[in-house]
Ligand binder design. Sequence first.
Ligand code: S3P
Length: 194
Amino acid sequence: MSFCRPIDTKGRLIILIGMMGCGKTTVGKELSRLTGIPMLDMDTIIEEQIGKSIPEIFQESGEAHFRALETALLRYVESSPPFSTSSFIISTGGGVVLSPVNRSILRRLGFVVWLDASAEVIVERTSRSNNRPLLRTEDRLQVIQNLADKRRNLYQETAHLRIETSGLDVLPVVDVLHASASEFFANPESASIS
Ligand code: S3P
């Protein structure tokens, strides 16, 4: 990064949602470096709080328990300074939109951006890691397609903006995100999903 381009978020959050491997963490970190806004990763916070990895939480306590931890964390973020009063970028887990409570908290917290990608691109981007319990399967493409089919409407309903990231490097995505976030916080009524 050669220079900083701050965004006046008026103390609200920039939230990244989307399927596993859509680039939330990578894009969030780059936006954080560019703007100086600190970034939080929900999965990392949950792992640190519980003292276990996501696969361990899924295996030992089940997916429903993990989903409850996600909701508890979002409630905490909404009600506790500095998260409720300062600017942060939040990278969420891909399934955060499954809960209606989570979806409404996310909308209230700030600017919600859905990073979208094709199932084929997600297969490629997730192929090098084994830390996603839902993808520990032979047929990753089919599993990803099924999850994406179930979740597409939920991402759509939660997000203020959708960015198609297939075929794009990180920096162009960050550029679009930066411009849209600046516009959103200057004029929150202007946002509409495309
Ligand atoms: C999940 C996505 C993961 C993590 C967990 C479940 C999902 O996060 O929360 O493995 O249901 O899509 P990422 O989207 O950051 O990989």
